[in-house]
Ligand binder design. Structure first.
Ligand SMILES: Nc1ncnc2c1ncn2[C@@H]1O[C@H](COP(=O)(O)OP(=O)(O)OP(=O)(O)O)[C@@H](O)[C@H]1O
Length: 844
C-alpha cells in the first residue's frame, strides 16, 4: 500500500489522478514536482497494479534518473525500480533502436557518435567550402554548423526539409546584402548537412539527435516496439524540444493517452537547445481532457531565498504569475555583495565558506555548498581561491568522464571491434600510442578505403595483410601493432569475453600505461580514470541487459545481437554525467557548476558570483527573459542561504573592464530593497539563525561548545579581509538602495515578516530573530603551515584587521576530546583537511 502522508493536498491529487488520463503538473521550484512524479510511479505500481516494466519515466539527465531511482526504490523496492524504464529520451531510444534496428533500416551494431566526433566529421565536410567562405570573408565553424544541424533535427527536419525550409524563407524575406550572405551560409550548412547524414550512415552510426529522430520513426511506424508501454511520465517537460515532444506523443498514443508530465515554464532555460515551452499547449490539444494541477508550496528554500528569487523572475511581465508559498521560515536575508576585483570576490567566497562551516559548528560541510556560474570559464579564479584556502571542490557537468581523452582512446578501440565501419574510432585509435601514422597517412587510408569501397578498418587490415602490394612496407609495419590489437580483441569478444576483460587485455596490448607516462604529466589521474572505466564496464552490462527484460522481441533481430560489449559501449556513450562515478567522494567537496547543469538539484548554500551585465544576461544570449529565468533557477537551488556577488572590475580576455551590476539584480533590488543585505549571516552569534539553517536541512543544531571550537579554529587559521569594509566604496558599483543599507547599522531585530509576496511561514510559535552584528575587529592571526596551501592570496588583500563578528565563547574546558580532535586541537595539526585532492578544470 502506498502511503501519501508526506504529501500536501495538491500533490496527492496529482499522484492519484486516474492513471488513464493525461496530466500536467505545473509548479514553481522546490514544490515537489519530482517527488510527485516518483510517487505517481509508485501509485501506478502499488495501487493500479501496473507492471513496472510497462512504465516509462523520462528525465532530463542521467543524474536525475539516478536520483529518481533512489527515491523510487525507497517506496517500491530496488527490484521493481530496476524494471521501470527510466532514463533520458536518448537512452530510451537507444535501448529500443538496438532491439528493433532493422525496422528502421539500421544495423543493430550502430555506434552512437558523440559531439566531438560529429564535429570532426563536419570539419572534413567543410573543407571543400573553404574558398567560397573565404571569398565572402565568412567564417563558419564546425561547431556552428553542428548546432544548425542539431536545431534542424530538434525540429524533426532532415537535410532535405532543411533546404526546403530555407527556400521558403528566402521567398518571404526582403533581400538585403546581409540576408544574401546569411542565405549563402545556410546553403552551405544545408549541403554539409546532407553529406553529414550520408557519412553517419556509411559509418553505421547515429548522433544524439538521430537517436530521437529514429526513435520517433520506430515507435510511430511499429506498434510492437511500443506495445510494452502503458504509461509515460516526463520530468522537466518545459525543456523538451519538438522531437522529444513527438516521442512523448507517439508513446502516449500507444498507451491510449496515459501521460503525466511535470514542469515549470519559469525554469525553461534550454531555448538555445530548441526547447519549446509551447509543448505544454500542444499536449493539451493532442491529449484532449488533459488535467492541469498546480503545486504552490515550496519545500526547499527559506522564505528569504524565495523572496529574492521571485523579485528577480517577477520582472518578466510576460510570465504567467504563479503563487509560490514558502513552507520554511524567513531565515537569513540573502546576501548581495560587491567587490573591486574577481580575486577579491573569489577570496571572499572561499573564506565565507570556511566561516559558515565553522559558525554552524560542523552542521554544514563543504559538500553543502554550490558555486553556480553563468559560464564555466568564470571558475578559474574561484578554483584558485578555494585551493589557497585548502577547500576541496568538484566540477559538476564539467569535464565529463566519458569525454576524457584516455577514456575515449580506450572506447575507440572497442568501438572498432564492435562496428568496423565506424571511421572516427579508427582515426582516433590508429595512432594511440604513437605509431607514426599522422594526418597525411590517414588521408591516404581514407582515399584507399573509398577507392576500394571498403571500411577504413578493412583497408588498414588489407594493407597489413599485404593485399595492396603498391603500399610501401613502412606503412604496413606501422599498422601491425594496431591490427594485432584489434584482431586479438575481436577474437576475445567473439569468444564471449566481458568488456572489462577486453579493456584489461587492450591496456596490455597497446602498453597504455607507458603511453600515458610518456605523454601526460598527470598520467596517474588518467590511469585512475582508466581503472574506473574497468569498474564501470563490470557493472554496466548486466544493468542494461536487465532493462530490456520482458520486451517483446523483434523476430528479425536475434537477442544475441545485444553483446555485452555493445551494451557497455552504449551505456558509455549515453552517460552524460560520468562524474557520478565518484559521487561518494564529492560529498566532502564544494560543487562548482554552471547554472544550466544545476537544474533540478539543490544545496544548502548557493553562491552566485559575477552577477554583472554581460554575464546575467550573458552578452551572447538572444533571449534576456531566458537569462533571467536562468538566474532564477540558480537562486532557487538554495535551501538555507543564498549569496549573490558582483565586481566593479573584471579581467575579460586579458583586459580589465568596468562592470555594472546585473540589470536583473538591480531591478529586483529597486523593486524590493529588503530582499538582499550586504551583511553576511551572523550565525556564530545567533543561535536562532543557526536553528533555521539546521531546521530547513532537517539536521540537529550544533552545541555552543562545538561552534565555539570551530570558530576559534577558523579565526586562528584564516586571514581574511572583508573587502566590502576595507575597499574604497567609490570603486564599487552599488545600487543606491544597497549603498544606503550598507552604510546603515544592522537593524537591531530583523523580524521574520514577509517583505514580498507574503510567504506563509509554516513554523508555529514565535519566529526566531536575528541578532545584531556589533562591528568588532579581530587581529589577524598568522596562518599555520599547511601541506595543501601553497601560497597566500594576492597583493590586493592588505593586512588590514579582520572585521568579523564577535568572538564566541571560548572553548570550554569541558569540551570533549572528540570535538577537540575533530578540530585538530591538542595534536598540533592545522585543522585543514590534509587529504590530497584534485580540482579538475572545467571545460571552456
Ligand atoms: N510534501 C512535502 N513535504 C516535505 N518536503 C517536501 C514535500 N514535497 C517536496 N518536498 C521536498 O522539497 C524539495 C524539493 O522537491 P523536488 O525536488 O521534488 O521539487 P521540484 O519541484 O522538482 O524542484 P525543481 O523544479 O526546483 O527542481 C525536496 O527536498 C523534497 O523532498
Amino acid at each position: 500500500m502506498l502511503t501519501l502522508n508526506g504529501l500536501n493536498t495538491a500533490q496527492r491529487a496529482a499522484v492519484t489522478h486516474p492513471s488513464n488520463a493525461a496530466l500536467q503538473v505545473l509548479a514553481g521550484p522546490g514544490s515537489g514536482k519530482t517527488k510527485v512524479l516518483t510517487s505517481r510511479i509508485a501509485y501506478l505500481v502499488l495501487e493500479q497494479n501496473h507492471d513496472p516494466a510497462s512504465i516509462c519515466a523520462v528525465t532530463f539527465t542521467n543524474k536525475a534518473a539516478n536520483e529518481m531511482k533512489v527515491r523510487l526504490a525507497a517506496i517500491i523496492g530496488k527490484q521493481r525500480t530496476g524494471m521501470v524504464r527510466m532514463g533520458t529520451f536518448h537512452a530510451l531510444c537507444a535501448l529500443f533502436l538496438r532491439r528493433f534496428a532493422t525496422k528502421v533500416g539500421l544495423d543493430p551494431n550502430f555506434t552512437v557518435c558523440d559531439a566531438e566526433e560529429s564535429k570532426k566529421i563536419i570539419s572534413n565536410l567543410l573543407k571543400p567550402y573553404k574558398d567560397a567562405l573565404a571569398a565572402t570573408e565568412t567564417t563558419l565553424k564546425d561547431g556552428t554548423v553542428l548546432s544548425h544541424i542539431s536545431r534542424a533535427k530538434a525540429k524533426g527536419l532532415d537535410s532535405k526539409d532543411y533546404v526546403v525550409e530555407l527556400q521558403q524563407k528566402a521567398k518571404t524575406k526582403t533581400t538585403s546584402p546581409k540576408d544574401d550572405h546569411a542565405a549563402d551560409t545556410h546553403r552551405i550548412v544545408g549541403a554539409v548537412y546532407a553529406e553529414y547524414e550520408k557519412t553517419l550512415r556509411r559509418n553505421n552510426s547515429l548522433d544524439f539527435d538521430d537517436l530521437l529522430l529514429y526513435g520517433v520513426k520506430l515507435f510511430s511506424e511499429n506498434p510492437t516496439a511500443a506495445s510494452w508501454c502503458r504509461h509515460v511520465l516526463v520530468d522537466e517537460f518545459q525543456d523538451t524540444n519538438i522531437t522529444q515532444y513527438e516521442l512523448l506523443r507517439v508513446l502516449g498514443n500507444a498507451t491510449g493517452g496515459c501521460v503525466t508530465v511535470v514542469g515549470d515554464p519559469d525554469q525553461s532555460i534550454y531555448g538555445w537547445r530548441s526547447a519549446e515551452v509551447g509543448n505544454l499547449a500542444r499536449m493539451t490539444k493532442d491529449f484532449p481532457g488533459t488535467k492541469q494541477i498546480l503545486l504552490e508550496e515550496n519545500y526547499r528554500s527559506t522564505a528569504s531565498i524565495l523572496n529574492a528569487s521571485l523579485a528577480i523572475v517577477s520582472q518578466d511581465k510576460s510570465r504567467i504569475d504563479k503563487s509560490l508559498i514558502a513552507s520554511h521560515p524567513r531565515g537569513s536575508t540573502s546576501v548581495l555583495r560587491a567587490f573591486a576585483s574577481e580575486q577579491a570576490e573569489a577570496q571572499f567566497i572561499a573564506v565565507e565558506i570556511k566561516r559558515l562551516v565553522a559558525s554552524m559548528g560542523g552542521v554544514l560541510q563543504y559538500g553543502d555548498f554550490a558555486i553556480l556560474l553563468r559560464f564555466s570559464a568564470l571558475s578559474r579564479t574561484i578554483e584558485s581561491a578555494l585551493q589557497k584556502e585548502a577547500i576541496p571542490s568538484v566540477i559538476l557537468g564539467g569535464h565529463k568522464f566519458f569525454e576524457r581523452q584516455e577514456i575515449k582512446d580506450i572506447l575507440a578501440y572497442l568501438q572498432l571491434v564492435d562496428n568496423p565501419s565506424f571511421a572516427p574510432a579508427l582515426t582516433r585509435a590508429i595512432n594511440v600510442p604513437s605509431r607514426g601514422i599522422g594526418d597525411k597517412s590517414i588521408a591516404e587510408l581514407i582515399a584507399r578505403a573509398s577507392k576500394t569501397k571498403s571500411s577504413l578498418l578493412a583497408a588498414v587490415e588489407n594493407i597489413h595483410d599485404a593485399k595492396h602490394p603498391d603500399i610501401k612496407p613502412p606503412v604496413k609495419s606501422k599498422a601491425a601493432s594496431f591490427v594485432r590489437a584489434i584482431r586479438t580483441l575481436r577474437t576475445l569478444a567473439e569468444g564471449g569475453a566481458s568488456p572489462a576483460e577486453l579493456i584489461q587485455r587492450l591496456l596490455g596490448l597497446i602498453e597504455y600505461e607507458d603511453h600515458l607516462k610518456k605523454t601526460q604529466p598527470d598520467w596517474e589521474t588518467r590511469w585512475e580514470n582508466v581503472q574506473e572505466l574497468i569498474t564501470f564496464a563490470s557493472e554496466v552490462s548486466l544493468e542494461v541487459a536487465n532493462s530490456l527484460e520482458g520486451v517483446e522481441l523483434d523476430s528479425e533481430v536475434a537477442p544475441s545481437h545485444d553483446t555485452p560489449l555493445r551494451l557497455f559501449l552504449q551505456a558509455s556513450m549515453l552517460s552524460s554525467e560520468g562524474d557520478n562515478r565518484s559521487e561518494e567522494d564529492n560529498k566532502e567537496k564544494v560543487t562548482i557548476s554552471t547554472c544550466h547543469a544545476a537544474k533540478g538539484l539543490e544545496w544548502p548554500v548557493v553562491i552566485i558570483p559575477a552577477a554583472e551585465q554581460g554575464t546575467f544576461p550573458f552578452y551572447r544570449s538572444e533571449d534576456p527573459a531566458e537569462e533571467r529565468r536562468l538566474l532564477y533557477v540558480a537562486c532557487t537551488r538554495a535551501k538555507s542561504l543564498l549569496y549573490i556577488t558582483h565586481v566593479s572590475k573584471r579581467k575579460v580576455g586579458g583586459e580589465t573592464k568596468n562592470k555594472d551590476i546585473s540589470e536583473f539584480v538591480a531591478a529586483a533590488l529597486k523593486a524590493h530593497p529588503d530582499v538582499f543585505t550586504t551583511r553576511t549571516p551572523a550565525l556564530e552569534t545567533s543561535a536562532a539563525e543557526r536553528e533555521v539553517v539546521a531546521k530547513v536541512l532537517q539536521r540537529p543544531i550544533a552545541t555552543e561548545a562545538e561552534v565555539a571550537l570551530r570558530v576559534a579554529e577558523f579565526r586562528r587559521t584564516t586571514r581574511y579581509i572583508d573587502e566590502h569594509e576595507s575597499a574604497p566604496q567609490a570603486q564599487v558599483t552599488w545600487h543606491p538602495a544597497l549603498a544606503a543599507r550598507a552604510q546603515a547599522p544592522a537593524p537591531p531585530n530583523q523580524q521574520f515578516t514577509a517583505s514580498f509576496t507574503s510567504p506563509r511561514v509554516a513554523f508555529g510559535g514565535a519566529q526566531p530573530t536575528m541578532a545584531p552584528r556589533p562591528a568588532i575587529v579581530y587581529p589577524r592571526q598568522p596562518k599555520p603551515p599547511s601541506t595543501t596551501t601553497a601560497s597566500r592570496p594576492p597583493s590586493d588583500v592588505s593586512n588590514t584587521p579582520l572585521p568579523l563578528p564577535p568572538a564566541p565563547p571560548s572553548v570550554p574546558e569541558s569540551a570533549g576530546a572528540g570535538v577537540k580532535r575533530r578540530l585538530g586541537m591538542g595534536r598540533g595539526t592545522t585543522g585543514f583537511p590534509n587529504k590530497k585532492f584534485k580540482v579538475p578544470m572545467m571545460n571552456p
